[in-house]
Write a protein that binds this ligand. Sequence first.
Ligand SMILES: *[C@@H]1O[C@H](CO)[C@@H](O)[C@H](O)[C@H]1NC(C)=O
Ligand SMILES: *[C@@H]1O[C@H](CO)[C@@H](O)[C@H](O)[C@H]1NC(C)=O
Ligand SMILES: *[C@@H]1O[C@H](CO)[C@@H](O)[C@H](O)[C@H]1NC(C)=O
Ligand SMILES: CC(=O)N[C@H]1CO[C@H](CO)[C@@H](O)[C@@H]1O
Length: 501
Amino acid sequence: MTAAIKYMGWITGCSVFTAFISIIWQAFLSLQALNRTTVLLTGLLALEGGLRDFKKAAYEPAPKIAIGYGACTDLQINATEFLAHYKMQIPTVSPDLIADEVHNEKQLVESFAYYFKNGAAAERVMPNTTLFKELIEFAKAMDKQHWYMGGNAPLMAVRFVLEGADVLLGAHMSKKLRPLLPKEVRVAGEEIPEDDIHLILEYKAGDIWGPYLAPRANRYILHNDKNNPFLKSVEHLTEALKSFHPQLLVISGLQMMDMFKFKAGVREARLRQVQLQLTSQRRDTLHHFEFASYVELQLLQQLRQYVLPYVDSLGMNEQELSNLRQVLQHGRTTLATDWNPRIANTLDQMRQVFISFLEDFHDKRREDTQRRLISRIHVHTMAYQAIMTIANSKWKHTKAAAAKASLTAHRYVCKTQFVNPESAMQMLDDSFATSAQEKAPRMRIDSANPVPCWNEYIQYGHDLQRIQVEICVAPVLVCRVAKKTAGAGDNISASGLVAQL
Ligand SMILES: *[C@@H]1O[C@H](CO)[C@@H](O)[C@H](O)[C@H]1NC(C)=O
Ligand SMILES: *[C@@H]1O[C@H](CO)[C@@H](O)[C@H](O)[C@H]1NC(C)=O
Ligand SMILES: *[C@@H]1O[C@H](CO)[C@@H](O)[C@H](O)[C@H]1NC(C)=O
Ligand SMILES: CC(=O)N[C@H]1CO[C@H](CO)[C@@H](O)[C@@H]1O
């Protein structure tokens, strides 16, 4: 009897002791993680500060940047609350049910459920104006709603201004929207009575809708645009560019043409205007194309024909990268893919996309001397920023640009200028493989080197020519409590771009 009690006491003692050790161990681990985040943050801030000091010391004049096209008003609401209030039926998820266009409530919930469950960003046209207006009225009646200025071009324009650039924006805007832009931004475009509205359904990591759980914070966007699909400001911008002579011309917002019912030939005619704008710039103006979530293969093919051959740089997220690679290599589009891809896989896809453009350029540059070769690809994911540039090209400071983009990602999603290590987490290991191929070299991410960069040769063509590129990867200090994800890509891409001029 006493032996048994003694024995029990011993066991209890043991478990208390184990629990105690485990608490200390947990505390130790989280302290270590905090230390690592702090160390990386210090490294990233040092790179950002170094670039700022460098530019100050060099007395560089403010860079001139032009950007098109379009603007809209964003109405942001809580996705799960909105759908619950609307009493929409919760559907079963199947990729076969994902409509390219959302015509009714059933298609809305089916497509939303798919992206929500995958934590993937999505943007869809809702051609049914009656339904779209009903949804907007409903959203306006909710307790919490936020109105923002939207559209890739205005958001990037604001970021460029914040980074000290002299900015020209091509957009038609209403009297209500114009004051939301900083006064310094010059606008090429007309005043219109009503702006297009984009309805943004935001969700956080861990938000639950019926049986579905969002693996990460993201957003689903619905629109029913009347102005933006026609890129009405292209000609205005082309005209204004004649006297502006920017260092950088950014093309964005073309996804508004996606799935829009144009009369035959109208879309091509609009894209030819974009092509004309690009080919009429001086050779020393760099061109950047900002990707988006495109679903229509035909539009992507038209972009390949009229726009992409005339740009120097591409910006995109992991979903857009895998979609672009599929289009270039297999002539088809993909739906949502891995929301947190390994660095090795992302870099391999970037190399494949780059090789596709290289080969195209070498095949066709003789027949069309206006063609340009892509010399920069920036991919932003939740966990890291990867920038590849052709070695010794016009793009400078790749390492600092990756650091800058990473800090912007955290500041934007956490909605704070001050990066607090306790509100951030770090999703990468201490080292990563630079390719999924066997025996690929590995890079370390540590206090001595928070943003690893390296040079490598990329082989292309039948005769295996090679070209040297520089690649930099910066870890993102992921915000623990995401406040805003729509528009993050614009801030991130813009801050990386402006750093490289
Ligand atoms: C954090 O880590 C660095 C580098 O590993 C180390 O030198 C430093 O002492 C650590 N600081 C704390 C508070 O643990
Ligand atoms: C458009 O939406 C309205 C309102 O929800 C609906 O009554 C109508 O059937 C829809 N039209 C089409 C073509 O789906
Ligand atoms: C939306 O509201 C639900 C419950 O009201 C909450 O759990 C969720 O975190 C909210 N999501 C966002 C993005 O605010
Ligand atoms: C954190 C951050 O840089 N946020 C900026 C993103 O861009 C918008 C305007 O486009 C600014 O208002 C934010 O300050």
